[in-house]
Design a protein around this ligand. Structure first.
Ligand code: COA
Length: 352
């Protein structure tokens, strides 16, 4: 059996900086409110008509591939995590493969839709492929272009102020060094509260989960054309929904739980963690997790202040930044953890 290591990591964030004060021109919010509740000062938005979830991933992937010291044609597989794909289908994995110009264009490409825990799910899937010897080099991608799908009116303010755009990519590579690389990944999901953090319309639900089909504008006696209705647009149903307080309560419970589960499974303790990279959901959540684990400030990487929550991209962006800053060294124990929509959550332990 092989183990898998992160051979290269890279990230890309768009140039356009959007501050909390910029947002207050569109909606009833203040810099003070956003910073106090979330820690976010600003976020990046991609350039309309120029950047997409895939184009940002291309930039991050080029850096990761170069740092891994491989040729793009040595990639065996692509796993792309996003909740904001360029197209409803096909997925971004094939678009990235095309844009990178991988010769022959035949390596497999898989899209993962696990929102904030998407990168950890993608990493775990890639790790299994490498452990079994099926693949040697896998591109593991998290990229999001949230700014295209947010409600910039006051109605959407609780969600819109949180999210930003960006991409992070890792090259996961087979290694024969025992006891290093990805030590373990833990994945969980509980669909009981699926709609508590969701973006359900447009979609193929046909009002199934709602007794009042009128809410979405679905006539009973028609086929087709119901994926998106004018009523959905008129009623602002084509935007994300979040019960923030409920999500917060679940997150502060699940983060420590899944980190401890990973540590216990490989016989390590929280004191062994050199660097925790939590999904950047909310600075208050990360600070809570840090306190519970008893970690110092320099053992936790937070960048939500600059980028907001970039969902599937947040962990690889933070990992790339921490690595660039020289905060992750060979032999360090790096812990990744995420919680988000689904609900889905997970963790990974990596001996660098
Ligand atoms: N600016 C100003 N006021 C806002 C606002 C904004 N951007 N968003 C919401 N408010 C208002 C609400 O309308 C509400 O007003 P009301 O009391 O008059 O009804 C008030 O602030 C409190 O709203 P509430 O939703 O209870 O705030 P909160 O303290 O829970 O903070 C979040 C909201 C979203 C910041 C917080 O719940 C949170 O971060 N939750 C976790 C979200 C998360 O991590 N999501 C990603 C998961 S991966």
């Amino acid at each position: 059996m092989y183990s898998s290591k992160i051979a290269g990591i890279g990230h890309y964030v768009p140039q356009q900086v959007v501050t909390n004060n910029d947002l207050s021109r569109y909606m009833d919010t203040t810099d003070e409110w956003v910073q106090e509740r979330t820690g976010i000062k600003e976020r990046r938005y991609g350039l309309r008509h120029k950047e997409t979830t895939t184009t940002m991933a291309v930039e991050a992937a080029k850096i990761a591939i170069e740092r891994a010291g491989i040729d793009k044609n040595e990639l065996d597989f692509i796993i792309f995590a996003t909740l904001s794909p360029d197209y409803y289908f096909p997925g971004c994995g094939v678009l990235l493969q095309r844009a990178l110009g991988i010769s022959g264009n035949t390596c497999g490409a898989l899209d993962i839709r696990n929102q904030c825990s998407g990168f950890i799910y993608a990493l775990s899937v890639a790790d299994q492929f490498i452990r079994t010897g099926m693949y040697k080099n896998i591109l593991v991608v998290g990229s999001e272009m949230h700014s295209m799908g947010l409600d910039f009116s006051t109605r959407g303010r609780n969600v819109t102020v949180i999210f930003g755009d960006g991409a992070g990519v890792a090259v996961l590579q087979a290694s024969d060094r025992e006891g290093s690389g990805v030590l373990t990944t833990k994945l969980h999901a509980d669909g009981t509260h699926a709609e508590m953090l969701s973006f359900i319309s447009p979609g193929c639900h046909g009002g199934y989960h709602d007794e009042d089909k009128e809410k979405f504008g679905f006539p009973d006696d028609e086929y087709g054309g119901l994926f998106i209705t004018q009523k959905m647009i008129d009623d602002h149903l084509t935007y994300p929904f979040m019960d923030g307080q409920f999500v917060f309560k679940m997150a502060v419970q699940k983060f420590p739980e899944v980190i401890n589960e990973a540590l216990e499974s490989v016989g390590l303790k929280k004191e062994d963690i050199n660097m925790l990279i939590p999904h950047q959901a909310n600075l208050r959540i990360s600070q809570f997790v840090q306190r519970v684990l008893g970690l110092r400030d320099d053992q936790v990487w937070n960048n939500i202040q600059k980028y907001g929550n970039t969902t599937a991209a947040s962990i690889p962006i933070a990992l790339s930044e921490a690595w660039e800053a020289g905060k992750i060294k060979e032999g360090d124990l790096v812990c990744l953890a995420a919680f988000g929509s689904g609900f889905t959550w997970g963790s990974a332990l990596i001996r660098w």
